[in-house]
Design a protein around this ligand. Sequence first.
Ligand code: GYE
Length: 330
Amino acid sequence: MIRNKLLAAVTASVAVLGLAACGGSAEGSGGGGGGGGDDTITMGFAQVGAESGWRTANTQSIQESAEAAGIELQFSDAQGEQENQISAIRSFIQQRVDVIAFSPVVETGWDAVLLEAKRANIPVILTDRSVETEQEDLFVTFLGSDFIEEGRKAGEWAVENWASTGAQWNIAELQGTTGAAPAIDRQEGFAEAIADSPNLTIVASQSGDFTRTGGREVMEAMLNSNPDINAVYAHNDDMALGAIEAIEAAGKVPGQDIQIISVDAVRDGMQALADGKINFIVECNPLLGEQLMELAQQVLDGEEVPERVVTEETTFTQEQAAEVLPDRKY
Ligand code: GYE
């Protein structure tokens, strides 16, 4: 079923890989897992950190799926720092893992280390977030969401539910980590969708680093300097949850005095949506582990894989959140 979903979701273009080299690397690097003739795949995975509920669910999915697939996982947590991720990738190269997967903290600055992996014949799979690079053959595939589309869905809801009232909406935008693909793209998609609605105005826009604390602090400051804010667009649920605390502390009612749109649909976000404190959530699926392991296996088996695998996602209103909440896995 996963395979069908994966195939259904791929874009038309297919990358043809340097397969002989990849296969050779898989055979030759048994040392990492110990012992010659060992067919176990070793994957080095450089995670962003543990900044949000989304990230926790994503890490769990990757660890559980690796175990289920019999893939030995070398897991590294970069604590939100690009340089930690670069060191982790260098150490994976030194250990001669069979495949490297990572979720880049920010979009730029990866060419040098990706070139090192390429020279070492270790295939790289990007997951969740992509990189900005001039060179196209530095990674074999990218598995993750379309963040521009997520921003667009958020903006379309704002147009249908806010702009249509004819009232003036002063929107506070809580951005994700500066330079991160989901922050850049969610801003872009939203801006594009609301561009023709003169009564939707982004009056403040600042990074809350995808964390609950960040969301609370930024919202507090924004409400102080901008008491007219009556809407929030948060790039993730954790920042929306932080913003809710700040809004309540300011004596206002989240979901009513100040309406909120966010992205992710993690359990706490969905609970706040069902409780009427958030008004709309665009889903971003963190359960990428199974597809990632499958892609790694295919790459190392010398099979062709699509160069882009887009995750399928939906959106939730308050009523829909209340309905699906009991079965929500994360
Ligand atoms: O939306 C946010 C997390 O890269 C899609 O990172 C991910 C984002 C997610 O911190 O909650």
